[in-house]
Each structure stands twice: as C-alpha cells, then as structure tokens.
Write a protein that binds this ligand. Sequence first.
Ligand SMILES: Cc1cc2nc3c(=O)[nH]c(=O)nc-3n(C[C@H](O)[C@H](O)[C@H](O)COP(=O)(O)OP(=O)(O)OC[C@H]3O[C@@H](n4cnc5c(N)ncnc54)[C@H](O)[C@@H]3O)c2cc1C
Length: 309
Amino acid sequence: MPKFQENVSLAGFSNYKIGGPAKFFFEAKNQQDVAWAVGEAKKLGERVFILGGGTNLLISDDGFNGLVLKPSLNFIEADGEMLMAGAGVLMFELLDFSVAKGLSGLEWAGGLPGTLGGAIRGNAGAFGREIKENIIQVESIDTNNAERHTRNNQECGFGYRNSIFKELNGGEVILSAFLKMEIGDAAAIKKIMQEKIDYRLSRQPLDYPNIGSIFKNVPVELVSPEVLKDCADVIKQDPFPIVPAARLIGLAGLKRTARGGAMISEKHGNFIINTGGATAADVKYLIDLVKKKIKDKFGITLEEEVQLL
Ligand SMILES: Cc1cc2nc3c(=O)[nH]c(=O)nc-3n(C[C@H](O)[C@H](O)[C@H](O)COP(=O)(O)OP(=O)(O)OC[C@H]3O[C@@H](n4cnc5c(N)ncnc54)[C@H](O)[C@@H]3O)c2cc1C
C-alpha cells in the first residue's frame, strides 16, 4: 500500500538547494500511483503541488503545507519518427535517447535542465525554438477528480512560456506525451546538442546553484527607443523579437548585488545564484529589487519566469 512521507525537506529537490519542508511528499512511479495520490490528498483535504526537476522553482523557506507530488514516470519509447515519454523523464535523458535512435528535432534543447513535464507546462524554449513544436499529444490527470485528459497540440494552448497546464495552475498533472521527431544522423544530432550545451556553459553561471533565468525576456515593443539603442546588439528572436532581461539588469548596474547568500550573477544578469546558504527570502528580496529598479529606470515591468512556491 503506498504511503505519503511526512515533513520532507524540499531543498534537496530544488536546483537552488533552497526550500523548507513539505507536510506530505509522495513520489509516484506510475500513473496508478498518481491517481491514488491525488485521491488521497482530496480525502485528507490537502492541496497538491506538482514537482518536476525543481529547476524553475523558488521554494519558500516555509516549505509547502500540503502534498508535494513528484510524478517520476520515467519511460521512453520510440515508434518510427515518434517518441512517447513519461513526464518525469529528464530532458537530457530524452535527448540521449533521441541520439541513440538517430531522431532529430530536440537538438535546440541541449543543456535544458528539468523534466519533460516541466518543459511542457512552461512551453520551455531556447535558441528560437519551443517544446510546443515537438508535441503531438499530452496525457494528464485532474488533481481534483482524478479524471484523465488527452489533448492534442492545439488543445494544449501553448504560448510564450505558457500552456493550458500553467493556466490551470497545478490543476492537472502531466503524465506523458507523444513527440514528433524526424529521422536524422546521430553524429550530426549529437554535435548540435553539444554546441548548445557549450554555449550555455560559456554564458551561464552553472557552477553555482540556480534556477535559470529569473525573468521573462521583454518584447522589443515594450522598450523605449532610447533604451533599445543600448540593446541593439543583443535583440534576438526567442521566439519573437525580444530584449534579454539580462541586458536591462546589466544597464541598471545591478550585477553582483547581493543579499545574504544570494547574488545577481556577474556572468549573466538574469540569474540569481546561491553563493552559499541563500534563503528564499534573500532571493525574493533581489527579485523585488530588480523589478523596482527596472521599472523606475526604464518604465518596464519585468515578469517572473520562475515559479514561486
Ligand atoms: C541553468 C538553467 C537553464 C535554463 N534554461 C532554460 C531555457 O533555456 N529555456 C527555458 O524555457 N527554461 C530554462 N530553464 C528553466 C527550467 O529548466 C525549465 O523551465 C524546465 O522546463 C522546468 O522543468 P522542471 O521539471 O525542473 O520543473 P519544476 O521546476 O520542478 O517545476 C516548474 C513548474 O512546472 C510544474 N510541473 C512540473 N512537472 C509537472 C507535471 N508533470 N505536470 C504539471 N506541472 C508540472 C511545477 O508544478 C512548477 O509549477 C533553465 C533552468 C536552469 C536551472
């Protein structure tokens, strides 16, 4: 009989190494376990939070007063040019599998941390591409009534770092997905993935615990012509013309600003790193500071890309 664990520290499940305890914690190894856990939480009257790889999450120092459910559905299968994978599969495992099968289409995700479920929920993207381009169909389960849903790509409501699953705000656990790929050359696929990984290593402060870019990039039309002059060299399609939030943070002179163990990275202004012993409150202080300074200086409202729990 499955059982919830109690009072489990979440810091070890966060890429940031930050976070208090979960009242209840459960790692589901299959779809039946997920259905059981959401039913049990309902019976107990507990809220449910779904945890993926913890690479996009700032977990509160107080933890979570409810059930943290980790859907560790870790299967991957190939059928011709299609992949079927569980939501708990780590993106690098999916990429390794694609290389082994000579399947092209996910090269852009080289070095993208986290799980497939997390990537679908946030429509993760990089280098002008997004996971939505690969998605054929997504299976999920309602946390309220354990009802199953199957959605095609259109029905997933993908937008910039958005999807229906994000809109539902934890209302459904993504279980698995079918992904569209193309037959390719394994060596060529691997080479492109490695280039993406190398690019990230050269630009991102990966030697410190972090949760990736804190803020969404800013559509060019929201940036004044004077500020745009200082950003012309970094405007890129991602997937529409944007000014990287990192440049604005750099222009505002905020790099290396620190609070407790948290610091705005010198290497990449949109990363707040944990230099040791940072608390969620330290990080939140810096997030609020950056938002205020960028609003005051450039009239731009930065929006968090990371999720706060
Ligand atoms: C170094 C670094 C670089 C990054 N680069 C990029 C990048 O280039 N592009 C980009 O888009 N992101 C990037 N990210 C952010 C992050 O990797 C992605 O957002 C990733 O998709 C999050 O997946 P996760 O499994 O870690 O989700 P988590 O951080 O565990 O959770 C994030 C959200 O997704 C929800 N969630 C997770 N799994 C499920 C599920 N099965 N069903 C329903 N909801 C679920 C959670 O409830 C939470 O709200 C980066 C992060 C880091 C640390």
